[in-house]
Design a protein around this ligand. Structure first.
Ligand code: SF4
Length: 363
């Protein structure tokens, strides 16, 4: 297993099993995270131990297959997963000939010139079937390991450093449903956020879910302290289940009840994600109903202008509403006291929507 799969305790156990003292494990991992996963040079540990780490484990198990940079500075990476950095050159060239399993992650420059935000994936593909999403068109291949998610964080940290920025926040909003890979996602966040390793801080991590109620409740029980975003996309169950199949299982009222439990336990403001689709969920009545549902909750609404992906899983094609219609939707929410914004469109001149880059490369 690559170094990215270990936390301090599990690496101490491994080194101890190899007959080395546990003492410098933390320093070695800190150096690894500080170098964006590129090096363990300069750490005072036995040379044979370093050689064994590099030779038997490898620093990474993933590699960058494709890199796109947009004119607004957004960088999108297609990451090949399931390969070892200690793999032979022949195996690597075979792997690059066939793209294999891959996921996307994105670096977005912040308004502040020295900061950036990252978006990572939690699964290869997605089983949730949201009809307006490119990530789900080929279903889910598998969940990512915690190390494969940590490595996306490290690739993005390296990209940010090259742009003279610091990777300050991470959102789990890429491919996959994070709460369907709960254990690995939270293990990865512990390493990204933890002071001894990635040191990004729990308050700078957001997990975005399509509304898996038991997963939200587990986050509430465990009190881990990250932010929560919920992709609602419609205020009523009929509209929602037509575009988000999990809506048949988890009703809007049950999802919002789970959100309120999370808020009560953590005090966190929760973001409600709402992709605007022309003639589907963008009416005045739907805006009013959404405002009513959120009344009294400490929730922010993120309105997402739809990014065209061609036909969805159902074969239906969606369109982005006119700017006038979207402005009206926003005004109704704000007029009823809801804190709401449009999500800034990033990387418009590259494969901007989640799953698009992978879809194009695999096509
Ligand atoms: S929107 Fe999110 S949950 Fe829905 S299919 Fe896409 S990746 Fe999966």
């Amino acid at each position: 297993m690559a170094l990215s799969e270990y936390d301090v305790r599990s690496l101490e156990e491994l080194f101890s099993g190899w007959g080395y003292p546990r003492g410098n494990t933390k320093k070695l991992l800190r150096r690894y995270y500080d170098s964006a996963g590129e090096s363990i040079d300069g750490v005072q540990v036995a040379r044979e131990l370093k050689e064994r780490v590099l030779g038997e484990m490898g620093l990474r198990s993933t590699r960058v297959l494709t890199r796109q940079e947009a004119s607004d500075g957004t960088v999108k990476l297609l990451i090949g997963v399931g390969e070892s950095s200690s793999t032979s050159k022949r195996a690597l060239s075979l792997a690059s000939a066939t793209v294999g399993a891959s996921v996307e992650c994105v670096l977005m420059p912040s308004f502040r010139s020295d900061r950036a935000a990252g978006c990572v994936s939690s699964q290869v593909g997605c089983a949730m079937g949201c009809d307006f999403c490119a990530s789900t068109k080929t279903g889910v291949e598998r969940s990512l390991t915690s190390g494969e998610m940590v490595e996306q964080f490290l690739w993005l940290r390296g990209e940010a450093a090259r742009l003279g920025r610091r990777l300050q926040t991470i959102v789990f909003m890429g491919m996959g449903e994070p709460l369907m890979n709960y254990d690995n996602v939270t293990a990865a966040i512990r390493r990204m956020a933890g002071e001894d390793l990635g040191a990004i801080g729990w308050r700078h991590v957001t997990v975005s879910t399509v509304g898996i109620v038991p997963g939200i409740d587990r986050m509430t029980e465990e009190g881990l302290g990250m932010y929560l975003a919920v992709s609602l996309h419609a205020p009523d169950d009929d509209t929602r289940s037509a575009i988000v199949p999990t809506g048949k299982r988890y009703r809007v009222a049950d999802i919002l009840a789970a959100v309120r439990r999370y808020q009560a336990a953590t005090g966190r403001i929760v973001t409600i994600e709402y992709t605007l689709l022309e003639g589907v969920n963008d009416s005045d009545a739907q805006a009013r109903l959404l405002a009513e549902l959120l009344d009294g909750g400490r929730m922010h609404v993120n309105l997402i202008p739809y990014n065209a992906i061609g036909p969805g899983v159902s074969g239906r094609e969606y369109r982005r509403p006119s700017q006038e219609r979207m402005d009206r939707f926003l005004d109704i929410l704000r007029g009823r006291g809801v804190v709401a914004h449009f999500r800034r469109t990033r990387g418009a001149d590259i494969d901007g929507a989640c799953g698009q880059l992978r879809e194009r490369v695999l096509a």
